[in-house]
Every structure is written in C-alpha cells, then in structure tokens.
Write a protein that binds this ligand. Structure first.
Ligand SMILES: C[S@@+](CC[C@H](N)C(=O)[O-])C[C@H]1O[C@@H](n2cnc3c(N)ncnc32)[C@H](O)[C@@H]1O
Length: 304
C-alpha cells in the first residue's frame, strides 16, 4: 500500500506510542476496553498509512469510531482494526468518519465581516499576499475567502494554500461544486458577512448543483498536508484554521500553533473557529487578539 504524500515531503518517521497524557488512557481511572481498542486502532492506522490520529481528543474520536462501526456493520473496534489494516478501501471509508468533512460558505458571517473590515486594510498594504487555510475540508471556506478577496481587489495578488488530510474532500474542493440546496443558507451568510454583490454572480446553477466560477480558484493551491505530521511549507500573511483544532488534544493544538507561528511573517494574522482559542496554549504570549470575539489574532513582534 502506497503511503500518502504531502505538501512538505514524506511523512515523519514512525515515532513512539502517543504519550499517555494525550490518549484515552489519560483518565485517572483505568482505561476501558473501548479505550484500549481505540488506542490500538489509531496506532495501527499510523503504522500502516502514516495518518496520525493518536492525539485527537478522546470523547469525540470515540463517538466517530462507534458511529463508523454501525455504518460499516462491524461488530467491534478490534474487528474494524483488522479490516482497516488489510483493506485500504476500508481505511478510506473510516477516514471519512474520522475527519468530519463538514463546512459551509461564509460560516460564522461575523468572522468574515471582521476579516473584511479589520484584516483586509492591513493586507492591502502588501504587494503580494499568501494565505494558508489549514483543514479546508470540501472548500466552502476557501471559495468564501476568494470571493471576499476578489471584492476587495486583492485576489489577483493573493496565493491561497488550501490544505487538508482527506483526499476525497480535497477533490471536492478542487471542483468547486456545491449542492444547490445549500445555496440559500450560503447566500444569507454571504449577505451578513458584508458581501457587496449578488451571490448568484459567483456560480452557475445546473440541475441540483451550483458550479462556482473557476476564475476564483486560479490562485488557489489545494494540497495534502497534516498538522499532525507535516512541517511548514511557506511564509504567509494570514492563516485560517477553523473548526479543526477543536478535535485535537492540547499537545496537538500546540504543534499546530507552532506551525502557524513559524509560517506567519511579521505581524501576520491568525483566524480560528468560534469555539477555539490560543489563550491556553504554549503560544498564547506570541499572539495578541485583534478581534477577540471573532477569534482573530495577530503575531506579536519580536518573539521569533
Ligand atoms: C469540520 S472540518 C472544518 C472545515 C472548515 N475549516 C470550516 O471551518 O468550515 C475539519 C477539517 O479538518 C481536517 N483535518 C483533520 N485533521 C487534520 C490534520 N491533522 N491536518 C489537517 N487537516 C485536518 C478534516 O479533514 C476536515 O476537513
């Protein structure tokens, strides 16, 4: 079985078993059989496919694996482990349950309004702009940002790296085709986010699909990259990583914040999801809030 490829080169060498503080066994009580099976499943996935889910938060991961069992008609996690290891197609199915490919355009419209009003004026001062959208899923967030940058006259001098670990999601993102049934909600979000035109200007409706204008993705690079195993690939001025870190343990969140800090240039901007914050991470002092309510932070000067 070929191992996955990534934007920043081959996967990291196989490392030690996840530290007890970041796995389901972290509870002070003895681990349950399910916890042990889960740990072994994640270890097997890592050893076989180099996807590292070992430092994802336990409760939510357990829910997703138990749901996968029902969907795949699998009697136990141990049986699922055996099927995953022996059949890459089963792994691809499990990957869909583990990665939660859920998104929407202009999700949390007030976030995009704040981006437009408080970050764009700074971006405007740069000759060229590089943006990293980490955990871009099926692309809704990426097209939202591309539309926003186009309306602000910045898309042509921008390069957007949109990364994720789920190849099926990245394929969908590259296509830029979303169900027509979602468009009503996306349009409302767009209007609330300070959109300047008719949302219908950006897509063509065909049967049950909305096909987004391909000129929006001329400056977008979609690529496989894991926040758990890969390294930084470019200097950027803006990083968006929304509704991804919520699934990570603190240790893995710290790893991701380290990548964002390293990637961001002087006084770069970081946007997180509405339930995420940098405040309790090891990188808390290296960023300052720009719009705290919208989880938009800015790299502090002079701290490397
Ligand atoms: C709930 S979606 C968020 C999508 C989008 N950012 C949004 O807010 O609408 C979470 C995404 O994080 C991705 N993800 C999970 N683990 C990741 C990792 N280690 N590195 C990069 N992306 C990851 C998943 O594949 C999924 O597409």
């Amino acid at each position: 079985m070929a191992q996955k490829t990534s934007l920043s080169g081959p996967p990291a060498a196989i490392g030690p078993v996840a530290e007890p503080g970041n796995t389901p066994q972290a509870a002070t009580t003895a681990p349950t059989t399910t916890d042990i099976e889960l740990t072994r499943l994640m270890e097997a996935i890592y050893l076989k496919y180099s996807y590292d889910f070992r430092d994802y938060s336990g409760a939510s991961q357990k829910r997703r694996v138990l749901y996968a069992l029902t969907q795949l008609a699998c009697p136990s996690i141990s049986e699922l482990q055996s099927r995953v290891v022996h059949d890459p197609r089963v792994f691809q199915q499990v990957l869909q349950y583990l990665t939660i490919p859920v998104s929407e355009m202009f999700r949390d419209p007030s976030f995009f309004l704040a981006l437009r009003q408080q970050v764009v004026p700074h971006l405007r001062t740069y000759a060229s702009i590089k943006v990293w959208i980490a955990g871009c899923s099926t692309g809704e967030e990426v097209y939202s940002l591309a539309i926003l940058l186009r309306e602000e006259g910045l898309l042509e001098r921008s390069l957007i790296y949109a990364t994720d670990i789920n190849p099926a999601s990245l394929d969908k993102a590259r296509q830029g085709i979303f169900p027509l049934s979602s468009i009503r909600g996306f349009t409302a979000n767009y209007q609330q986010s300070g959109g300047k035109r008719a949302f219908a200007d950006y897509y063509t409706a065909a049967y049950a699909a909305a096909i987004f204008d391909k000129s929006l993705r001329e400056n977008i690079v979609f690529a496989d990259h894991s926040l758990a195993t890969d390294s930084v690939f470019s200097e950027t001025q803006l990083v968006l990583c929304r509704n991804v870190l919520i699934y990570f343990t603190k240790k893995l969140q710290d790893r991701a914040f380290g990548l964002f800090h390293e990637s961001l240039g002087h006084r770069g901007f970081l946007g997180l999801g509405s339930k995420e914050s940098i405040d309790f991470s090891s990188y808390a002092t290296r960023f300052e809030p720009l719009v705290r309510a919208e989880r938009i932070f800015r790299k502090r000067p002079g701290l490397g």
